[in-house]
Design a protein around this ligand. Structure first.
Ligand code: X5A
Ligand code: ZN
Length: 689
């Protein structure tokens, strides 16, 4: 009898009822304020930011699929969770001002304008964020997005700043802590500006982890604060709970953002283990934005969202901040909401190598935070001795500057790009192959495969194997159905599938051959467990084979396309598997860009069932979600859990507790990363030793 997996009780741990659905908060009343005078700084913050985003959500049919929630006004009591009563009075007083008085009040602050409707809209904007938090924390929905303006992350306790009046996300965090008694909240600020207002609110508070990346250019970029740098890690008890990743170059793109998430934000976040994720979702970090001058394309925001959805039992609230290229903004809002709804994540396009400047920043922030986070200290990376761009304010290439100033060029690019990356959803989300007579609980929506593949297809698939291996084998029996599923995956008729097998390794070997016969070009095969010889079938790049096992087979060196990860989790007390998953498995997958994934759970797995579930969930960010999971037929709880994840219910279970891996494991991994990062560039997490 095979060794049972760790943490076998994936189901029924006294969890609350599974929340489902995605909330959308929008009200066009928030378009009723605008800039009334000439001010080149504030001119980009226009009502169309909101209306265009909402129209785009309707255009794709996404708004219709969300649970619509009304906005409400935030109360004085809620506003003063963060803001001073004096500042509140100033904002209140603007509702009756004439234009001249409005302009005078606006001039008291940096880069803000007031309109007679600003106060009302700021209350709705904040109230909208609070409605979202209530919907998610009461379990009415799983996650959601609040499309609101004015934005919030720049405003201080007693000042408006950077188009922001009330600090929506900061208040939302305080509100959630108070009303729902949450212990730990993560705020991810992917806006291209530093949310200094959020940092100031929580810098001495260890219960809120604040992460922000931002255009910085060694303090030459607004708001030009030294406390936006990587060494501002928080104060007092909050030391270590403020994470700033400054971008010192413009033009950061998909690879830089994904690397920052996989190597910096997410390891720290898993160690932190939040109860709620709030996103300060600004899209001025996207392509074409005149403020940000970065290059991330809309699907990148799908990936960022997806990577956050396995935390905090899936409880994620995205609240709009900036974003000034109307098309780029609205497309990226759509990719975010689409992912929250559980649709397949589009393939990430572009170069997969983070740039040198991004790696320098990542290295510096890791070094600065190493004293506070085990997962970073284990790595033993020191700061960059001298930042390559520090005292050389090399002008950005003209081409880069022109590119981000050319609104029409980005419009044109996105017109084509969205057609490229968006595919119609498969008719079936999840197919299942279940051996005859086996009972197992599958979530609603999973379609059980009845039809076997034609006999020629079966013969072709098995021609490479010695027939004797399949004598009396149920593998052969169910293989016909598995081949049907693989054809359906290839034809995009089914997004993903689960196969129960008496011999997952053998089934995986058959499946791998078949994917290649069907014409898939890059098959990422991840095998958990200690058996698998059949899978080492070639080094031509058509398949990338990764085995995750407790003991390495003797004399099997790693090659570019055939890799082993030695990793063992032995305790139910907490797993450290998140670490190699984020820093090794996913970077490898992102660098390889598979068009299909095979995940097989063989015998004697060295990691637990929660680890495997997390692996299955995160791998769905690759290959446009085309994944075939092959599971031993006796692992019924794992089957149920993975099926739920595949059918589009990101787990609402707590996959922790997490603990950090041992120094030996980390060192061994670091060595592997070092050897492989020439070929697989997303494995790089720092600039130099
Ligand atoms: C919310 C936001 C930007 C302010 C820029 C002022 N504010 N130069 O993106
Ligand atoms: Zn911004």
């Amino acid at each position: 009898m095979p060794r049972p997996l760790l943490s076998p009780s994936l189901s029924a741990q006294g969890e609350e009822a599974m929340a489902s659905g995605t909330a959308l908060i929008y009200d066009d009343e928030m378009t009723t304020y605008k800039l009334l005078w000439d001010d080149p700084v504030c001119a980009i913050e226009v009502p169309e930011r909101l209306s265009r985003s909402y129209e785009r959500l309707q255009h794709y049919g996404l708004a219709q699929r969300c649970v619509r929630l009304p906005v409400r006004e935030a109360t004085d009591q809620e506003i003063t969770l963060v803001h001073s009563p004096e500042y509140l009075e100033v904002v209140k007083s603007t509702q009756t001002m004439n234009e001249e008085e409005l302009q005078k009040t606006s001039e008291k602050y940096t880069a803000v304008y007031f309109h007679q409707n600003s106060y009302r809209c700021a209350k709705l904007s904040l109230g909208g964020a609070l409605q979202l938090v209530d919907a998610v924390l009461s379990g009415d929905v799983r996650n959601g997005m609040a499309l609101v303006r004015p934005p919030g992350h720049h405003s201080y306790r007693d000042q408006g700043n950077g188009f922001c009046v009330f600090n929506n996300v900061a208040v939302a965090a305080k509100y959630a802590q108070k009303k729902y008694n949450l212990q730990r909240i993560l705020i991810v600020d992917w806006d291209v500006h530093h949310g200094q207002g959020i940092q100031y609110t929580f810098e001495d508070d260890p219960s809120v982890l604040y992460f922000s990346w931002h255009r910085y250019e060694h303090m030459r970029y607004w708001p030009n604060l030294s406390e936006s740098n990587y060494d501002a890690v928080g104060k007092g008890k909050g030391a270590g709970f403020n994470v700033n990743l400054p971008w010192n170059k413009i033009g950061m793109g998909n690879a830089d953002y994904i690397a920052a998430f996989l190597h910096v934000l997410l390891p720290v976040t898993f160690e932190f283990d939040p109860d709620l994720v709030l996103v300060s979702a600004g899209y001025d970090s996207g392509i074409g934005d005149p403020e940000g001058c970065m290059r991330a394309t809309p699907e990148c925001f799908s990936h960022l969202t997806h990577l956050l959805m396995n935390l905090a039992r899936g409880k994620l609230c995205a609240v709009l901040e900036g974003g000034y290229h109307l098309r780029s903004l609205s497309e990226s809002v759509c990719t975010t909401v689409r992912t929250l709804l559980g649709d397949a994540v589009p393939g990430l396009t572009g170069e997969m190598a983070p740039c040198y400047s991004a790696l320098e920043s990542m290295q510096n922030v890791q070094a600065a935070l190493a004293p506070y986070w085990q997962c970073l200290s284990l790595n033993g990376i020191g700061p960059v001795t001298r930042c390559s761009t520090e005292d050389d304010p090399a002008p950005e290439p003209v081409s880069a500057q022109q590119q981000c100033a050319d609104t029409a060029a980005t419009d044109h690019f996105l017109e084509l790009h969205m057609k490229d990356i968006l595919r119609p959803a498969a008719a079936v989300t999840t197919s299942a192959v279940i051996p005859d007579g086996l009972k197992c609980v599958l979530p609603a929506g999973v379609q059980i495969v009845k039809q076997s593949a034609p006999s020629e297809q079966i013969d072709a698939a098995f021609s490479a194997f010695t027939k004797a291996r399949f004598n009396n084998s149920d593998v052969l029996h169910s293989a016909g159905k598995m081949l049907t599923v693989l054809s359906n995956l290839k034809a995009d008729q089914t997004r993903n599938a689960v196969v129960l097998s008496p011999d997952a390794s053998l089934s995986a070997a058959v499946a791998l051959r078949e994917t290649l016969l069907l014409g898939f070009e890059r098959v990422f095969c991840v095998h958990v467990g200690d058996t698998d010889p059949e899978l080492r079938i070639g080094d031509d790049g058509k398949s990338l084979f990764l085995r995750i096992c407790g003991a390495l087979p003797a004399a099997v060196p790693n090659t570019k396309y055939q890799l082993s990860l030695k990793w063992t989790e032995t305790s139910d007390e907490g797993s450290g598997f998140f670490y190699p998953l984020l820093r090794f498995v996913l970077p490898l997958g992102y660098s390889y860009r598979p068009d299909v994934i095979l995940l097989a759970v063989g015998s004697n797995a060295s990691i637990g069932s929660k680890d495997i579930l997390l692996l299955a969930s995160l791998l769905q960010g690759l290959a446009e979600g085309r994944i075939l999971a092959i599971i031993p037929e006796w692992e019924s709880e794992l089957t149920t859990a993975i099926s739920s994840s595949l059918v589009g219910c990101p787990t609402t279970k707590h996959l922790g507790p997490y603990k950090c891996p041992t120094k030996e494991c980390v060192d061994a991994l670091k060595e592997e990363q070092r050897m492989l990062q020439v070929e697989w560039e997303l494995l790089r997490s720092y600039a130099a030793d």
